[in-house]
Design a binder for this molecule. Structure first.
Ligand SMILES: [Zn+2]
Ligand SMILES: [Zn+2]
Length: 167
């Protein structure tokens, strides 16, 4: 989805499109589920460039980083990006503290697909947990410890073992 500036009327325009989840494969293959990514928003001319505000929604299929269980969670993220012809240090100072990203506008079009891809990669949790108190898998028998203790013997500190021998 590429939006040419010439296609945006003076009063701005709304946009809505879906990105197939498999188009993010490679970069986020393990992270993104099979649901399409719904993108809606509005583009307006601003400061000689283009201001893009919008919303990115989908449902993610993630693997718990401790127990490898499947987590299905909604993804709902806001976009607010100013594509500017030139990004000077001054602009950055002026905009710091404001939750607005400034990107360099290359050519006469904005690649919304690339914007969505970056947004998803940035905001998908890197080490997701199925629950805050997930106990993970036993390193020996791989049992899911959240379901209860496994049959493995308690690991004994080798220093204690040496002490027991002495006694
Ligand atoms: Zn888990
Ligand atoms: Zn075990």
């Amino acid at each position: 989805m590429v939006l040419p500036l010439s296609k945006v009327p003076p009063e701005g325009c709304d946009f809505a499109f879906d990105v197939a989840a498999n188009r993010l494969a490679g970069a986020a293959e393990a992270l993104v589920g099979h649901d399409p990514i719904r993108v809606t928003g509005r583009a307006e001319h601003e400061a000689g460039g283009l201001r893009v505000r919008g919303r990115v929604e989908t449902r993610l299929a993630l693997e718990c980083s401790r127990c490898l269980g499947l987590i299905s969670q909604p993804f709902d993220s806001r976009l607010d990006v100013l594509y500017s012809r030139r990004v000077s240090d001054e602009d950055e100072v002026e905009l710091s503290g404001v939750d607005l990203a400034v990107c360099v506008l290359e050519g006469d079009a904005v690649n919304l697909f690339e914007l969505v891809r970056e947004q998803v990669l940035l905001e998908v949790p890197m080490a997701p947990l199925c629950s805050g108190d997930c106990k993970g898998l036993c390193p020996r028998c791989k049992a899911n410890l959240s379901a209860g203790p496994c049959a493995c013997p308690e690991p004994v500190d080798p220093r204690l073992r040496a002490l027991k021998k002495l006694l």
